[in-house]
Write a protein that binds this ligand. Sequence first.
Ligand code: ZN
Length: 470
Amino acid sequence: MATLRLYNTMSRAVEEFAPADGRTARVYTCGPTVYNPAHLGNFRSFLFEDLLRRVLRLAGYDVLQVMNLTDVDDKIIKRAAERGVTIGEITEPVVEVFHDDRKFLRIQDAEQYPKATQHIPEMIALVQSLMERGLAYQAEDGSVYFAIGKFDGYGRLSRLDAREIRAGARVAHDDYTKENAQDFALWKAAKPEDEAAAAAWDSPWGRGRPGWHLECSAMAMKYLGKTMDIHCGAVDLVFPHHDDEIAQSEGATGVEFARFWCHGEFLLTEGAKMAKRIGNVATVADLREQNVSAAAFRHFVFSTHYRKQLNLSGDALEASIEGVRRVRDFAERLEAASGGTPGLAGAAADLVRDAEAALFDDLNAPAAVGALFTFIRRANAELDRRGDDADALRAAREAFARVNGVLDIVPDAPRADDELAAWVDERLAARKDARARRDFASADAIRVEIEARGIAIEDGPWGTRWKLAR
Ligand SMILES: [Zn+2]
């Protein structure tokens, strides 16, 4: 089996990775709060996790991936209260949008998408075990808090300075900053608006609802066991969310919660300067509206290493649209080819070697994308030689499919409707007639007419081919 290396935030080093059982990588990926459609910054994280998932499989492992859906939190309850509906009425349509967007971007299905509201008993049990161990207490406001001062090594993942921690000072809301680390709420006493929005449950501490950090610990351990292989998320989750997950989980079990912690960097959209042709894009719906394909967006994201910040810009998206158009042209040519050359087989072997070396080295997707484009250049030159080596052609197709199976950057071919196709065929026939009678002015006029409808035509020894240009 190939040696896979991953950067582990816990050790701040790239380490060799293999699943604890040698076979199945158990992976937890913090999912969206289903309040608004996820923005492209969230999807950069989910694409990094899709890349990880596909690379684990390329390395020969099975994957058991869990992604939670946070369907109860402060913002959701506030909106439900404003509209006089339950939290379920707010979150259900957003869950659907999330899955549509994810599928559009070709993000593979996780094995489980547990919802917080469907795991309340597991969360209560976890709080109970923390109470029994003296790591949690119920305060006078009725809520239950985690006592960070009683947990050895709190803040180990973020390497938070101990002086910054003020144990005993409590926060009831989900978000707080590194500057005011405090005892955090495990279980929040119900308020009237929680009851009105159907966001309150019975517990040994009275009616209430879970804190955000608690849900991930409870659901991760339910589906993956006490110790998982990899826990992922965006860098802004390192503190407090992941440090709190560690405190809750290890406080209850006494064993390591996750062997590897992997974090993806931000997509910077703030003040992003977009080119004229592509307007502002913030969501997957915007990408669709602007005709930016999934392949192009994946190419854009994978052209930067996941641990580096990435700027969303119109120029970069344009470059990716152009880049994946070349990938599709090549894919079509490879599909239609009837034979190869020894040089083609050599290029295929180099592609597999270089792309796998890159991907197994802490998911170096930009280097893998580079290897793919090098292969396309070389393979195009070899295909020009019109060889008849069937094995070489098969090797090239397999190598391309193997690497594209991870990157997934071949855009769908745009389809012309039947009417347009019939019109193009008729015009091409007219152009051929014009050229046959050496009426080049008419032939050129017809070409201009066809191209004006967004169709590219290509003359070659095989005749004339056409396709939609975009
Ligand atoms: Zn989480």
